[in-house]
Design a protein around this ligand. Structure first.
Ligand code: NAD
Ligand code: UDX
Length: 480
């Protein structure tokens, strides 16, 4: 029986290993983490992450061939294949701070593997890492050589949160990079055999190590670039009376462009896009390619511009001040169907509104009050360092309250901002919401989830990203 151990029981390690265990009953899978509380949650009825379909998969195999444990060293020592799926945040200090990937967690995992291993291992990079990381990992693993053979593979993960189980069940592709030596090819084949339990062979791509590492950064950069492109066009739509949904539809009909990932928004969020593009920018700079670095940096600049443009629009339309006014924020997660708030645009929007002294009432169906307060009080880039490794819990921000539902959040508010595209926001009784708000009642849809015309008929003054502006908004221009 093949034994797999995955270091890191997070958003990637947990679902990925659960699906491997589900699809490969003949493989024994151990998921380990230094966070005892996270492991306890994986072993409980309330999993540490919200992901549609995950509960069923975990319930089917937990205790059968899927195990969650904080006994990291024992399971690493016993495994044939070790996935490393620890976080690789942006460095906050020292060389490359604010751009380079912080490989502290990766390096400590690699050193531990070297210390405890007694047999040959295939070590798989599951985390997103800078290109050439495998070389550094190889050096760490073989430094105290005990005659053990290590094969390093790069097997980046392409799942998106909210659809992780679907993505893992039917991946567009599985990418495996390895050394072009007989031992390297053998290791690639061993990992291919695992995925071949459910992934068609033509969807398993094998490349050299550096291509696999770089493909992951490139794929995220391309995806984020599409969003920044459509968001840049959304600003021009507002200035000209074009409608971004119509433009995106017309553009996406070109089969060379395609319809997906062209939804204009308040900005992209999530733990990957910004971090991985900054990492790409840093790698380009280190390789003497400043023009390429600047090209990709612009994707992030447009994203920041989009978030501040939204805040400026809110403030400018409400007579240039939101001081003391209640603003309801509907949705805090970085996208629907997840409770994840890492790099959510809601953090920057809320901070922007707080900077203008607004009082904010937030409702999100999956994010806890504690998480919201922590996020708003946290400094930039601290979000991707595990909570259990952070020294203190920041104190709650007084002007922020968290509501149990959308009606409670909007009661008595001057304005409403939709920041996450949860399906339930399409179905709300907006007449009831309007009736309970201060007048004039403002509505700012950062995800284009509600029909602006219907809202206008109720009486709201409406701003929707990239849509033709109300006469009111035209009279209150926002300077970005
Ligand atoms: P995460 O923070 O949810 O999980 C990482 C886990 O690793 C944490 O629970 C942490 O306690 C644990 N850990 C850190 N150091 C450890 C060590 N030395 N030993 C044991 N456990 C350790 O992160 P994530 O979202 O799962 O992302 C993991 C990696 O996958 C990152 O490199 C990320 O860029 C990449 N990735 C993420 C996604 C996503 O959607 N979240 C998608 C594709 C790739
Ligand atoms: C992303 C990649 O899609 C995935 O392949 C990779 O493995 C990890 O990073 P994720 O961040 O989980 O996945 O979600 P994704 O669906 O890509 O959305 C990222 C952000 O972009 C969200 O804030 C989302 O709301 C936003 N988005 C997405 C848009 O604003 N418009 C779109 O058209 C699509």
């Amino acid at each position: 029986m093949v034994k797999i151990c995955c270091i890191g029981a997070g958003y990637v390690g947990g679902p990925t290993m659960a699906v491997i265990a589900f699809k490969c009953p003949s493989v024994e899978v151990y998921v380990v983490d230094i966070s005892v509380s996270r492991i306890a949650a994986w072993n409980s009825d309330r999993l540490p992450i919200y992901e549609p379909g995950l509960d069923e998969v975990v319930k089917q195999c937990r205790g059968r061939n899927l195990f969650f444990s904080s006994n990291v060293e024992q399971h690493v020592a016993e495994a044939d294949i070790i996935f490393v799926s620890v976080n690789t945040p942006t460095k906050t200090r020292g060389l490359g701070a604010g751009k380079a990937a912080d490989l502290t967690y990766w390096e400590s995992a690699a050193r531990m593997i070297a210390d405890v291993s007694k047999s040959d291992k295939i070590v798989v990079e599951k985390s997103t890492v800078p290109v050439k990381t495998a070389e550094a990992i190889e050096k760490i693993l073989t430094h105290n050589s005990k005659g053990i053979n290590y094969q390093i593979l790069s097997n980046p993960e392409f799942l998106a949160e909210g659809t992780a189980i679907e993505d893992l069940f039917k991946p567009d592709r599985v990418l495996i990079g390895g050394r072009e030596t007989p031992e390297g090819r053998k290791a690639v084949q061993a990992l291919k055999d695992v995925y071949a339990h459910w992934v068609p062979e033509d969807r398993i791509i094998t490349t050299n190590l550096w291509s696999a590492e770089l493909s992951k950064l490139a794929a995220n950069a391309f995806l984020a670039q599409r969003i920044s492109s459509v968001n840049a066009i959304s600003a021009l739509c507002e200035a000209t009376g074009a409608d971004v949904s119509e433009v995106a539809y017309a553009v996406g009909k070109d089969s060379r462009i395609g319809p997906k990932f062209l939804n204009a928004s308040v900005g992209f969020g999530g733990s990957c896009f910004q971090k991985d593009i900054l990492n790409l920018v840093y790698i380009c700079e280190c390789n003497g390619l400043p023009e390429v670095a600047n090209y990709w940096r612009q994707v992030i600049k447009i994203n920041d511009y989009q978030k501040s443009r939204f805040v400026n629009r809110v403030v400018a339309s409400m007579f240039n001040t939101v001081a003391g006014k209640k603003i309801a924020v509907l949705g805090f997660a970085f996208k629907k169907d997840t409770g994840d708030t890492r790099e959510t645009p809601a953090i920057d929007v809320c901070k922007g509104l707080l900077g203008d002294k607004a009082k904010i009432s937030i409702y999100d169906p999956q994010v806890t009050e504690d998480q919201i307060q922590r996020d708003i009080a946290m400094s930039k880039f601290d979000w991707d360092h595990p909570v259990h490794l952070q020294p203190t819990s920041p104190t709650a921000v007084k002007q922020v309250s968290v509501a149990w539902d959308a009606y409670e959040a909007t009661k008595g508010a001057h304005g409403v901002c939709i920041l996450t595209e949860w399906n339930e926001f399409k179905e709300l009784d907006y007449q009831k919401i309007y009736d309970n708000m201060q007048k004039p009642a403002f509505f700012f849809d950062g995800r284009n989830v509600v029909d602006p015309q219907k809202l206008r008929e109720i009486g709201f003054i409406v701003y929707s990203i990239g849509k033709p502006l109300d006469a009111w908004l035209k009279d209150m221009p926002a300077v970005a």
